[in-house]
Design a protein around this ligand. Structure first.
Ligand SMILES: Cc1cc2nc3c(=O)[nH]c(=O)nc-3n(C[C@H](O)[C@H](O)[C@H](O)COP(=O)(O)OP(=O)(O)OC[C@H]3O[C@@H](n4cnc5c(N)ncnc54)[C@H](O)[C@@H]3O)c2cc1C
Length: 503
């Protein structure tokens, strides 16, 4: 077994610097060289600012101090996503992080809610999610450690400035020995027999050789796609949005602790609150909306834009293999699913942890590579199904775009999930499925899928006792939320971005 001595990361966006920071922490044994090549002239995609709770685990593994991270990236806290106009126009629902209520006797809480949902004073399901209740009140506090406290059920993630996040990780990675090379790659050397990548060549003739290459070159997929010719599975028949336009605006006041996703005529609009600005963007299908009309619609609905709108185009899907020969692709170089549930950065994190788990030697074993590809492809498919659900389960038919998505054929895996949920509200969750049962339940119900029944085990519990317990739980979440500081006050007290003030 000959160990890998040199790792070359191509690209310095979120994917590249996440990989570099993790490699510096876990691969640097004093013998291995870790090099990152990026081109300031090409730049990064410049978007990607909302995350999901597992990012906390990534930061923790890297030994990142939360307050420092939040200050330096202009971050805010995120308790979930508010969906506006998705199931039908005029409707809204909240997908909270964390759990809904407490299970009784091994049966999921939402089953009890399903049985009693029409009773007086039961409320909506997110009234039983600590994150949902706190978000509605605009409040934030970190989870409690006492498992009996309602606050222990709160889960959260961050919104952060993508450019500042990459810069933050870069400082850490460089301090830990990663060598950054500035320059545009104009050629790639491969072995004539094996096809393995041997080196990347910069415009000025410099050569950067390595054993393992991590392709973080963005949508271009310089090594995996362009050089090794690994094909792309196109999922645009299920996810027809293929464009986005983004524009930053002034900081929102009050500062919401959640992302908002508002359905529009041919796509949807995001609002991501940061400490120093608000990120806004419209994701849309070019078959149904022109780029100029999209930009006009976005800018018209945004107060005080801070910069010119930025246009992006993409195709939903994933590479046929994410690891081929000695190249592993992370981030946009490997695939892209629109950011409706903020999953791309998470997929980078997953790719990094699986790569380190299966870290190769110079022999590049086929079984390790195939295992990686199988696990990562599954991850992309789970995310795909969850996002497609938001489109398929709509009652909207007011535009050609919504008529297309509500009538389109969907993956069998998702069709089965929906059918099972319609029956008695059960969720079929695969072992590695990123989204847990509460997430599927929140979105299925939020989009208007009403189960015909509920789990019969619920009938074993006395109705009056259940309703009383539910009322107590709901009051507990509401009271707890009122004891939490306003999100803006929490940020100002614990982790304000230098030079930013606001309420
Ligand atoms: C509209 C939109 C919204 C998004 N929102 C979210 C979100 O809210 N949450 C989320 O998790 N994700 C989101 N994403 C995805 C997220 O932006 C990406 O996953 C993330 O930024 C990682 O990008 P990257 O590093 O793969 O690519 P990039 O940022 O494009 O970086 C590519 C790097 O490769 C370098 N490079 C390329 N070619 C060469 C060359 N020839 N020579 C040298 N260097 C080269 C570039 O200079 C750059 O440094 C969004 C994406 C889009 C398109």
């Amino acid at each position: 077994m000959t160990p890998i001595e040199s790792v070359v990361i191509v690209g310095g966006g979120t994917a590249g610097w996440m990989a570099a920071a993790a490699a510096a922490r876990f691969l640097d044994d004093g013998h291995r060289r870790i090099t990152l090549v990026e081109s300031d002239a090409i730049g990064t995609v410049g978007v990607g600012e909302a995350t999901i709770p597992p990012i906390l685990g990534f930061n923790r593994l890297l030994g990142i101090d939360e307050a420092e991270f939040v200050r330096e990236t202009g971050a805010t806290f995120k308790l979930g996503i508010e969906f506006v106009d998705w199931g039908g126009r005029g409707e809204r629902y909240f997908h909270p992080f964390g759990e809904h209520g407490r299970d009784f006797q091994g049966v999921a809480f939402h089953q009890y809610w399903l049985k009693h949902r029409h009773a007086a004073r039961i409320g909506v399901l997110s009234d039983y999610a600590m994150a949902g209740v706190a978000a509605a009140a605009g409040r934030f506090a970190p989870p409690a450690t006492d498992p009996r406290a309602p606050l222990s059920q709160l889960a959260y993630a961050y919104h952060f400035d993508a450019g500042l996040y990459a810069a933050f990780l870069r400082r850490r990675a460089e301090a830990q020995g990663v060598v950054r090379i500035e320059g545009r790659i104009s050629g790639v050397e491969t072995d004539a027999q094996t096809g393995f990548v041997g080196a990347v060549v910069l415009e000025d003739g410099r050569r950067v050789a390595g054993d393992l290459f991590i392709d973080c070159s963005g949508f271009r997929s310089l090594l995996l796609g362009e050089t090794l010719g690994v094909g792309y599975r196109d999922w645009s028949h299920w996810l027809p949005c293929d464009r986005a336009v983004a524009v930053p605006a002034a900081r929102a006041a009050p500062l919401p602790p959640f992302t908002r996703a508002t359905a529009q005529a041919a796509g949807w609009q995001w609002r991501i609150p940061l400490q120093h600005r608000t990120g806004n963007g419209l994701v849309y299908a070019s078959a149904h909306l022109s780029d100029d009309a999209a930009e006009d619609a976005l800018v018209a609905g945004v107060d005080a834009p801070l910069a010119a709108p930025r246009r992006l185009s993409f195709t939903a899907g994933v590479r046929e293999r994410l690891w081929d020969r000695n190249v592993v692709a992370l981030g946009l170089a490997g695939g892209f699913i629109e950011p409706l549930e903020s999953t791309s950065i998470h997929l980078i994190q997953t790719g990094i942890s699986k790569l380190f788990w299966l870290f190769p030697d110079k022999g590049f074993s086929a079984v390790e590579r195939d295992t990686y590809n199988r696990l990562m492809t599954e991850q992309f498919e789970y995310v795909r199904d969850f996002i497609v659900l938001h489109y398929k389960a709509t009652r909207r038919d007011d535009t050609p775009f919504w008529r297309y998505v509500r009538n389109m054929a969907i993956p069998d895996s998702l069709a089965h999930k929906i059918a099972l949920f319609r029956e008695k509200g059960r969720v079929m969750r695969f072992d590695h499925d990123l989204f847990a049962v509460p997430s599927w339940v929140a979105v299925m119900l939020g989009q208007g899928i009403a189960p015909q029944g509920y789990d019969p085990l619920v009938d074993a519990m006395d109705d009056a006792r259940i309703c009383a317990a539910m009322a107590e739980m709901r009051a507990g979440y509401a009271a707890q939320a009122l004891r939490m500081p306003l999100h803006a006050d929490y940020v100002a007290a614990h982790c304000p971005m230098p030079g930013v003030s606001g309420g």
